[in-house]
Design a binder for this molecule. Structure first.
Ligand SMILES: [Zn+2]
Ligand SMILES: [Zn+2]
Length: 327
């Protein structure tokens, strides 16, 4: 197999030939067809997340077909198309796993961070964390659903049922969430970098009722806001934009420092929460519903050996929607 490998944090990924790997008990081998490039991959490469497994093959929005099955795997078959997400393993026995919060597992493994991911021609996955994708939709179009879509889905659920939703940062996740929110009958306000007319136009094309800079106030107070961007400065801005009792959800795995803000922004039962990872049920629910919602992802393809370029373009904001490595 071939892979783009991060050998040292802070350096470029290197094209590497590796011996084929065999799936162990409870595992499958997936021949990768497409793998989305997520901002979390940048955090891994940049060393912004603690204790990555190095060397590591990044990538946790994997779409591919099963080409080997380990012992004890049930319900999956050779040739089946599956998606492999960020959460790659949970222990099943810690208090969080037992309590229905496996997304907070004490001993998890994360695809592309603490276990090898999908910037490769093949990957080994825990069969419990491989979601059947069916045959509707192209590999490249489905890849962003595995993280941007799934984290967005969980964030949307945690934001509550309010009709007026704000999205701060209009990248891969928000462009999917906006479509889901519209399908649920919500009204979406999209907040981008001030002056980013292209991103605002992109948001309006995807059904946003209003789009403006993050320094602007929405036309009406929001029921809830989800922050996908990594700037902690957005937290007080989002709190300012939600109504009494409203909720602000931080959806990113990493954020810059949150500045101090006047208590009155939190007063009146406004809530500030974060969303971490996903449960298998999130994956099953969302991926089952995705074809019905008719989500259209906007993707920019790169060959596997151009992964460094894809990361650089993501960092610089050179495309709308999501970058996907096509293997
Ligand atoms: Zn656990
Ligand atoms: Zn991700």
């Amino acid at each position: 197999m071939h892979a783009m490998v991060l050998k040292k944090v802070g350096t470029a990924l290197e094209w590497t030939d590796l011996a084929d790997r065999q799936p162990g008990a409870g595992q499958i081998r997936v021949k990768v067809a497409a793998c989305g490039v997520c901002r979390t991959d940048l955090h891994v490469v940049d060393g912004e997340l603690p204790d990555p497994k190095v060397p590591i093959i990044p990538g946790h929005e994997i779409v591919g077909r099963i080409d080997a099955i380990g012992t004890g795997v049930e319900g999956l078959r050779l040739g089946e198309r599956v998606g492999v997400p960020w959460v790659g393993y949970t222990c099943g026995v810690c208090p969080y796993c037992r309590g229905g919060q496996e997304n907070l597992c004490d001993r998890p493994l994360f695809t592309g961070y603490t276990r090898d991911g999908g910037f490769a021609t093949a990957t080994i996955a825990d069969a419990r964390y491989a979601f059947p994708l069916g045959e509707v939709g192209r590999d490249q179009a489905l890849a962003p659903l595995l993280c941007a879509g799934l984290i967005g889905w969980r964030s949307l659920a945690i934001a509550g049922a309010g009709k007026k939703l704000g999205l701060y940062g209009f990248g891969a996740a928000a462009h999917i969430v906006a479509q889901v929110a519209r399908w649920q009958g919500r009204s979406v306000c999209a907040f981008t970098r001030p002056g980013d007319g292209a991103a605002q136009a992109f948001a309006r094309r995807l059904g946003a009722a209003w789009a403006g800079g993050s320094d602007e106030m929405p036309p009406e107070p929001l029921d809830a806001a989800i922050i996908f961007a990594t700037a902690g400065d957005l937290v007080p801005l989002a709190l300012r934009a939600v109504r009494k009792g409203g909720r602000v959800v931080c959806a990113g795995i990493h954020m810059s420092g949150i500045p101090t803000f006047p208590y009155r922004l939190l007063w009146e039962e406004r809530q500030l929460v974060s969303v971490a990872n996903l449960t298998r049920q999130d994956g099953i629910d969302f991926l089952r519903l995705a074809p019905t919602i008719g989500i259209v992802t906007q993707t920019t393809p790169y060959p596997l050996n151009q992964a460094n370029q894809a990361l650089a373009d993501l960092r610089a904001g050179r495309f709308e929607g999501a970058a996907v490595l096509v293997v």
